[in-house]
Every structure is written in structure tokens, then in C-alpha cells.
Design a protein around this ligand. Structure first.
Ligand code: MG
Length: 363
């Protein structure tokens, strides 16, 4: 096998048959209705894909929560176009070729592009019989803790959710409510664990934001995600210069080009596969962050084990990890990463490490 060390583009030795893409739409159901400041939801749509070549299959996922702004219909149109392209080739083509074609195919559809990227990395790893980490030269992670997300809820429900999260060392709170001090104080009645606080663009006055960040430092808050609307870059830069708590961009930074323009508005960024179009661009963003002393958080939308396991391959390169989405569902159709004592456990498998339960693609 050949690995181009400069770009990380990998050429499998042989597959010998054309590539085929199949997909299936699926409703992931939450254990608890999932509340953030703007809405509460019970289900999320994911479109799962399978790309086959030779006797191997790679799997990917486009997770489509409504706030992402990408519909199931446009995702399927994109996947059908990609399917027609793949059928013209076998897997001897470099992976980069297909990902560049996917990028050219549509300006949007980031989640669909991520599904294709994840499935192809999985497939190429399987064809070479190595894990994605080995294929890309990524260090094996040791004891990496993930945060566990607690959705906004009544006092009784919050107590119950915090109790259920007893294995986890860090809790993530979705703030941006009418009274976030009251919310954090309520959480502090039940636990003194360190917190990640995600404001989802909920605060606007920069002086009040700075006051909140100073107050949160005393509340053992490790980071605050996207405190202000993404349009308020200059105010966010003013806050970040003064904040005692790391500020992390989420909505403000989707792709590498946003990161290149960030210009110190945040201390770090939350990289998500569904925003950045997949593992290839996530790796480029991590590399940019390392070069420019920007902190790296790895997050997810509301993916199943399929996309979350793919992302978990990168955790040895992260400062903060928020990869708990599979724990939120009752009907995850994939098996991959697991959790032990609040830490991620990656499967010892070829490819990305996630495989579907039998029958998922039979419908
Ligand atoms: Mg966020």
C-alpha cells in the first residue's frame, strides 16, 4: 500500500469491481425529549449510506437535525449524483479524487458530503485491512473523557439526568435560557462536576457576556461554547481577549475557510463532521489549530454510533471531547465506540470501526 505522507491521501492496492452507493433514511429516537434554548425535539433524521467495492463495504451517515438547514430531500439528490459518479470507477482511484468531486458537486449538502467522506475512509481502511487511525498515522488515544450532555428540563428531570450521568466526569449544559445563572445554580445543587456550557448564540451584550464568563469561572466551568450570535465577531473578539474561561466557536466556524477568518474571536473551535464535510477537512482544521495555538474540541450534532465512531478516531488530537450522541438514543442502528467510566473506548477494528446491525440496508 502507498500512503502519501504530505496529504494523507491513501491508495488501496486493489478492489477490482465498481463502487456502489446505497442509502437508507432513518429516524433516531431520543431517550429523553432533547431541549435546547430554541426548541425541544424527540427525533432526528439520519441518512445512512453504504459504499461497496470488492467484498468490502464502508458506512457513513448524514445527520440532519432541523437547525442544520439541510433537508433529507436535497441530501438524497446529492447522494444519487454521487452514486452515479462512483459507479464509473473502482476503488483504485485515490480517495482524494472522490472527495474533490463531491466538493465540486454542490456548494451545500455538508452532511451528505460527510456521509460520503466517512464511508470512503471506512471502505479504504477495510480494503487495506487497517484501522482509519493506522491509515492516517494517528496516535492511539488513552483514557479520553467525553462530556455528557444534559438537556434543559424541569428540576426533577435534571436531577434524574444528572444521576444517570454518574459515570461521566464532565457534564455539558445547554444554556442560553432566560436566566442562565439560575440554571447553573440549579445544576450545582446536584453536582460539583466540571461543566462545558453551550450558549448556542444566546447572549448579546458584550459586557454582560464577560460578567457571565467571570461568574462561570467560579462555577468550575471549563469552557463556554458560542456565547454570542455568529454575526457579532468584533464583540466576541473583545470578550475572548478578556475572558478567564476558554471561548469555543461552534456556529461561527463550520469549515476550514471560516477558521482561517476567525482572527482570535475565540480561543478554540468545536469541529463537527456534519459541519465540515467529514474526516479529511476535520484533519486539516486540527492541523491549522495546532499551527495557530487554537484549542480543539471535537463534537457531534446528534449522530448515531456511525459518524460518532468515525470522529472518535481523532480524539488523541483534541483538547476537549464532546462525543456522547449515541448515548442519547434508544434505537442506534450501528455498533462502534463504547463508553467505560466516562471515557471513550474505540473498537479494535479495520476502517472507522462502526458497522450496522443486520438488516439496516435491507428495507
Ligand atoms: Mg454548540
Amino acid at each position: 500500500m502507498l500512503i502519501n505522507g504530505r496529504t494523507g491521501v491513501y491508495f488501496p492496492a486493489y478492489s477490482g469491481s465498481i463502487m456502489q452507493l446505497d442509502f437508507v433514511s432513518y429516524q433516531l429516537s431520543f431517550k429523553h425529549p432533547f431541549g435546547v434554548s430554541s426548541n425541544t425535539r424527540r427525533e432526528t433524521t439520519s441518512v445512512f449510506i453504504r459504499i461497496s467495492a470488492g467484498n468490502q463495504c464502508g458506512y457513513g451517515e448524514a445527520c440532519l437535525p432541523a437547525y442544520l438547514g439541510e433537508t433529507e430531500e436535497e441530501t438524497i439528490v446529492f447522494l444519487k449524483k454521487m452514486s452515479r459518479l462512483l459507479q464509473q470507477y473502482d476503488a483504485v482511484m485515490p480517495l482524494r479524487f472522490f472527495l474533490d468531486e463531491a466538493e465540486r458537486m454542490d456548494k451545500h449538502c455538508n452532511a451528505a458530503k460527510a456521509a460520503v467522506d466517512i464511508a470512503l475512509h471506512d471502505l479504504y481502511g477495510k480494503l487495506a485491512k487497517v484501522s482509519y487511525r493506522a491509515m492516517m498515522g494517528i496516535e492511539e488515544p488513552q483514557e479520553v473523557r467525553t462530556s455528557f450532555t444534559i438537556g434543559i428540563d424541569s428540576e426533577d428531570k435534571l436531577r434524574q439526568k444528572i444521576e444517570e450521568a454518574r459515570d461521566f466526569h464532565i457534564l455539558k449544559i445547554k444554556a442560553g435560557t432566560a436566566d442562565d445563572k439560575a440554571l447553573i445554580s440549579l445544576i450545582r445543587k446536584f453536582t460539583d462536576k466540571p461543566l462545558f456550557v453551550d450558549v448556542n448564540q444566546g447572549w448579546t451584550d458584550r459586557k454582560k457576556v464577560l460578567h457571565m464568563l467571570e461568574w462561570m469561572e467560579d462555577q468550575n466551568v471549563l469552557l463556554v461554547e458560542q456565547p454570542m450570535p455568529k454575526e457579532l465577531d468584533a464583540d466576541m473578539r473583545w470578550v475572548t481577549e478578556r475572558s478567564p474561561v476558554p471561548t469555543i466557536a461552534d456556529e461561527s466556524v463550520k469549515r476550514l475557510k471560516d477558521l482561517e477568518l476567525m482572527n482570535h474571536a475565540f480561543h478554540g473551535i468545536n469541529i463537527k463532521l456534519m459541519k465540515c464535510t467529514g474526516l479529511r477537512e476535520a484533519m486539516k482544521m486540527i492541523s491549522f489549530c495546532r499551527k495557530h495555538q487554537i484549542q480543539v474540541m471535537l463534537g457531534c450534532m446528534a449522530e448515531s454510533s456511525c459518524a460518532t465512531t468515525a470522529m472518535a478516531n481523532l480524539v488523541s488530537m483534541a483538547d476537549f471531547v464532546d462525543l456522547d450522541a449515541p448515548l442519547l438514543y434508544v434505537n442506534d442502528p450501528f455498533r462502534g465506540l463504547t463508553y467505560r467510566d466516562g471515557c471513550l473506548v474505540l473498537p479494535d477494528a479495520i476502517g472507522t470501526g462502526a458497522d450496522p446491525l443486520a438488516g439496516l440496508f435491507d428495507t
